[in-house]
Write a protein that binds this ligand. Structure first.
Ligand code: ADP
Length: 397
């Protein structure tokens, strides 16, 4: 079947497009050889691939119709010459050994600029007179193949570099996390051991030593509960989390009820929106309740005696937003960038139950992220803080 020139060029472009995502450079050169056979209506063809930096080649591809096993191109052979000069070579009278198989052939260097990968050889059993058009097409074929290989290598190396970078960052985070976590656990354990020693040596009464130990044990159990939450597998969460439909208003009401006892101790009033229609998002109610409880507990802990905590909810066509506001001690500008970090505690406040682990906001941020949302804060020292969790509807479907 005879192809028109535009069809030949379209075929060439299609080969390039098909191969931009190809996995293997040798497949690329093989497919371009086959396209070359069609464009030139050649009888058979093969391709050489350059090994390393040396002027050595291996057979990279051979069409099924090739009637013999091509020998490696000899040094200073015609293939080598074509590649070196970046110029297709049209051979009208082949050397003796191969004349039985072909009367003409073209060697198309797979190269452009300084990128020299190898060559495609297209062979004709009968004598072939090369037209002007074919000379242009040969050059295009070689350049297109070389560009596809270069592109493929760039993508591969870029992907590889990115993967390595991501893995290294992940490892670094893990190591830092383990270092921080062990430090946090070691401190209460050291205090427990110290108190046991003191009680033994009668330097401290057994009762006050036990009290101190009790505090540290409680703190450790809070810490371990929070750590478990933080290290629970994201993949597991992903599987179940975004399938349930959750009413955020319902979660606000439940959380406010649970936090009432705490608020009562400081005479803080919790204000929640009244009589609103439900606000549904896709998510996990247990995790969302944990998130809200963290924010409300913080608002109480860092709130002033006789103060207030307001929980708000807003819904527009793009997102649902929950806010937790307090009129407490606020957060300094210097601390704000760090409060979502694990184990970061800005204020040394009284903590009779050993509950402060510095993990609450890190967990909260993680929960919001798993719901494809964002958690932000704005705060004025001595005036109060407002935490805002937004859940975009579009990202959730
Ligand atoms: P913690 O267990 O220490 O409360 P979090 O991760 O929950 O840990 O919070 C980190 C730090 O952010 C706290 O130690 C506190 O200094 C600050 N913080 C959090 N919420 C508030 C708030 N509502 N008002 C003032 N400071 C807050």
């Amino acid at each position: 079947m005879k192809l028109s020139t535009p069809k030949k060029i379209a075929l060439l472009n299609q080969t390039t497009l098909d191969l931009l995502v190809e996995k293997n450079s040798l497949t690329i050169i093989g497919n371009f050889t086959e396209t070359g056979l069609k464009i030139f209506e050649a009888d058979f063809g093969f391709a050489w691939w350059k090994l390393g930096d040396e002027n050595k080649y291996e057979l990279a591809y051979k069409s099924l119709s090739t009637p013999y096993n091509p020998n490696l191109p000899r040094e200073r052979g015609t293939s080598f010459e074509a590649i070196k000069n970046n110029e297709p070579l049209f051979v009208k009278s082949p050397r003796k050994e191969i004349e039985a198989y072909m009367k003409s052939y073209i060697i198309i260097p797979v190269s452009y600029d300084n990128y020299k990968y190898g060559s495609i050889v297209l062979c004709f059993k009968k004598k072939h007179i090369f037209t002007h058009e074919e000379r242009g097409l040969a050059l295009s074929l070689g350049t297109a193949a070389a560009q596809a290989v270069t592109f493929h290598r760039l993508v591969l190396s870029e992907k590889g570099a990115l993967l390595v970078k991501e893995k290294l960052a992940e490892e670094k985070l893990k190591t830092e996390f383990i270092a921080d976590a062990t430090h946090e656990i070691r401190t209460p354990l050291a205090i427990i051991r110290g108190n046991v020693d003191l009680a033994h040596s009668k330097l401290k009464s057994e009762k006050s030593a036990l009290k101190a130990i009790n505090y540290e044990v409680k703190h450790l159990s809070h810490l371990l509960a929070d750590l478990t939450m933080l290290t629970s597998r994201e993949a597991e969460f992903n599987k179940k989390a975004l399938t349930q439909t959750v009413d955020l208003l319902d979660i606000i009401k439940k959380t406010a009820k649970r936090a009432e006892v705490l608020a009562h101790q400081k005479n803080i009033s919790i204000k929640i929106p009244s009589r609103l229609p439900p606000v549904h998002i896709k998510g996990d109610d247990a995790y969302l309740e944990k998130l809200l409880l963290n924010l409300v507990k913080n608002a109480i802990t860092y709130g002033k005696e006789n103060g207030w905590v307001k929980i708000g909810i807003e819904k527009n066509k793009n997102k649902a937003t929950i806010t937790v506001e307090d009129n407490g001690i606020g957060i300094s500008d210097a601390d704000i960038p760090h409060i979502f970090e694990r184990f970061y505690r800005a204020e040394k406040i009284r903590d009779p139950e050993g509950k402060r682990t510095g993990l609450g906001l890190a967990i909260s941020k993680w929960i919001v992220k798993m719901h494809r949302g964002t958690l932000t804060v704005s705060s004025t020292p001595q005036k109060g803080s407002i935490f805002t969790a937004s859940f975009p509807f579009a990202a959730q479907s």
